[in-house]
Design a protein around this ligand. Sequence first.
Ligand code: G3I
Length: 362
Amino acid sequence: MKLGRIAVTGIAAAVLAASAVSTALASASPRQGDTLRGLGARIGLRVGTAVNMDVLGSTGVDAPYTAITGSEFSTVTPENVMKWQLVEPTQGKYDWAAADKLVAFAEQHGQRVRGHTLVWHNQLPNWLTGGTFTNDQLRDLLHKHITDEVTHFRGKIWQWDVLNEAFNDDGTLRDTIWLDALGPGYIADVFRWAHAADPKALLFYNDYNIEGLGPKSDAVYAMVQQLQAEGVPIDGVGIQGHLDTQYPLPNNMTANVARFDALGLDTAFTEVDVRTFVPVTTQEVLAQSEDYTAMLQACLAARGCISFTVWGFTDKYSWVPGFFTGEGAACIYDENYQKKPEYDAVAQTLALAGGAPIRHRG
Ligand code: G3I
């Protein structure tokens, strides 16, 4: 049975909490004309979105989509077009066109780019997954892929998601083509290869279900500590932030982000959205806003949390309905580009933090 979060905490408590902060909000509310990127800039935090390159273009398919992407955000992440399947659909023949277009858009709009993603078990080219290769050949192919892609974009990528989703939820290493062929040492290697190709890019490990304390985030924590001890060039941990109102809030997100921070690592919320069953109820909207706020607050509490990126800003193109039957409404804008309460929650949380000095290193 679906148990909305607000049903647990109580509507009365939510209303009381809202009224308790109303005075503070009145003095630190976003003003007309404020954007998320502007509110983030006041505290040194980049606010970003994943971008669907099928619909971005100055005279493109969807003009409002393009305009909001340019105005509301100070960092962009390609939702798909830097993944191996899309950049090398045929072995040895690269197609950088869509990714180059996003990088150019970002330059025109004063945005930084999160590169996503170099090493993953998903969205690999068919020639790779369907081919027959020895382990040594797979190692060479992965090395070449990382070297070629990072070199192509050298100097243009702020943060690279070097390795994506390498762990299972219980904290064991995920059984992937890369673990099978190369063994666990592949993790250190891929960071070294990326660093060699662009020494200035920030190199991230990125995963979901590591928002709070738990076995998976413990495993990531242990991994990054070990990488640091070995002198492997890793700069940050990307916390995806795909939440769902039918589940409790992750356990103590602030403490979790803080422990990565304490290792001297950057952190980033990289793929934030909050799905729910549709049609959405008022209670669920409150729960969604609460989740967006909680993730942003956990980021704001950490000195090294340098960006907060939503995984698409409009329900019009969200990945959620295609992957979770009956769920959706996960974004901060609706299908018609109207700002939702979730947008207001993010904007208000940024505005409330606006009095603080700049603490981020972005
Ligand atoms: O490229 C084909 C196109 O040729 C074809 O016509 C079309 C028909 O459905 O499919 C297209 O591929 C789709 C691709 O997105 C590009 O649109 C795939 O079917 C679809 O599965 C793929 O989904 C992406 C998904 O990653 C793949 O696992 C989502 O858009 C993307 O939002 C999602 O993003 C991931 C992050 O990279 C990593 N973290 C989780 C996150 C959500 O799953």
